[in-house]
Design a protein around this ligand. Structure first.
Ligand code: GH3
Ligand code: MG
Ligand code: MG
Ligand code: MG
Length: 314
């Protein structure tokens, strides 16, 4: 017998493999009390390469959503004990689902009833019976738009890095993963030194370029699996996965030296100049949850500033 397999680890492995090779399949949740109709919609969407989950009991919808994280919800209007409109209202009350597309699919042909249903936060109304290609194209365009919207919602526009909110979410996810896999991670907070002086001396546009140069350096020097976010104006945060304190220290300290070496310049001419940053690190385990670990990294960053800047503190 071989060792028992840790399913969580296996799923993570599979996750990272497929996400690098294939574009992810659209994930569609189908809520309809008729099993035969629901399975017809599911097969139709699967034939277009989508991943589907069918729920025929409306009261089980929320559980299904939290496990499946759909990118579109196809909702029947009339179901025993619960209307599609009530479900739409419940979906919109969940913070993580405020922008998830909801499409009603119902035999209701009365325009007023349709409009009324739309007011519960739905994005479209399709009528039964529906042609397979019509269903596929309606779902495809909605999910594509949702994906585009999501990229704008989670990315910072100057650097293309993850924004503050998304970075914090990712820290939570990675701590849970590390707990499950009994692995380590390091959270790093980076803050550019005397950045006000850069802006005051060379102008805001040059300041922006300095921010971008650090963003590029982090992307080049860190691993593909590390999570890099723009945490604030001239502040960055990094989650280094499967990394212990000493390795993270070495990595960040090398980046620190490389950043200091970059010849920064100003559009208005003059001599090149150099900019530095300070960095604070905290390790998991050691600190056991996201607030604690980010607090510890913040404290370490403060120590780095107090100790004279241009340094990494653990
Ligand atoms: P310290 O070494 O203590 O961090 O000094 P500092 O001057 O960097 O201190 P502080 O964090 O108070 O100042 C950050 C400045 O960064 C303030 C703000 O004007 C500037 N800033 C914030 N966001 C941006 C941005 O997107 N672009 C530019 N050019 N400047 C920004
Ligand atoms: Mg029905
Ligand atoms: Mg700052
Ligand atoms: Mg600063």
């Amino acid at each position: 017998f071989t060792k028992p397999v840790d399913i969580g680890v296996l799923i993570d492995k599979l996750d990272s493999l497929t996400s690098e090779v294939l574009p992810e399949a659209f994930k569609v949740l189908i809520v309809d009390d008729s099993p035969s109709l629901a399975s017809f919609y599911a097969l139709t969407l699967q034939s277009a390469g989508m991943e589907t989950l069918v729920v025929t009991d409306p009261f089980k919808m929320l559980d299904a959503i939290s496990d499946f994280t759909p990118e579109l919800i196809l909702l029947d209007m009339y179901m025993p004990g619960c209307s599609g409109m009530e479900l739409a209202k419940i979906i919109r009350q969940q913070e993580s689902l405020v922008s998830t597309p909801i499409v009603f699919l119902s035999a209701e042909t009365n325009m007023d009833k349709q409009l009324e249903a739309m007011q519960f936060g739905a994005d479209d109304f399709l009528t039964k019976p529906i042609q397979a290609d019509h269903l596929i194209s309606a779902v495809t365009s909605k999910v594509q738009r949702y994906r585009t919207l999501r990229t704008f919602m989670v990315r910072d526009s100057l650097t293309g890095l993850l924004n503050h909110t998304k970075t914090k979410e990712e820290l939570d996810v990675e701590i849970m993963r590390a707990e499950r896999q009994k692995s380590m991670l390091v959270f790093a907070m980076i803050d550019i030194d005397f950045f006000k002086k850069v802006n005051d001396t060379y102008g805001h546009a040059t300041g922006d370029r300095v921010i971008k140069s650090l963003s590029r350096l982090l992307q080049q020097r860190l691993r593909k699996t590390d999570i890099i976010g723009r945490y604030g104006g001239e502040e960055f945060a990094v989650v280094l996965r499967d990394t212990d304190g000493p390795s993270a220290f070495t990595a960040l300290d090398n980046i620190r030296k490389a950043f200091e070496q970059i010849a920064q310049y100003s559009e208005s001419g003059g001599e090149n100049f150099s900019v530095t940053f300070s960095c604070g690190l905290a390790e998991f385990p050691g600190f056991s949850n996201a607030p604690e670990i980010s607090n510890a990294a913040d404290k370490a960053l403060y120590e780095a500033k107090r100790g004279g800047r241009n340094r990494v503190v653990m």
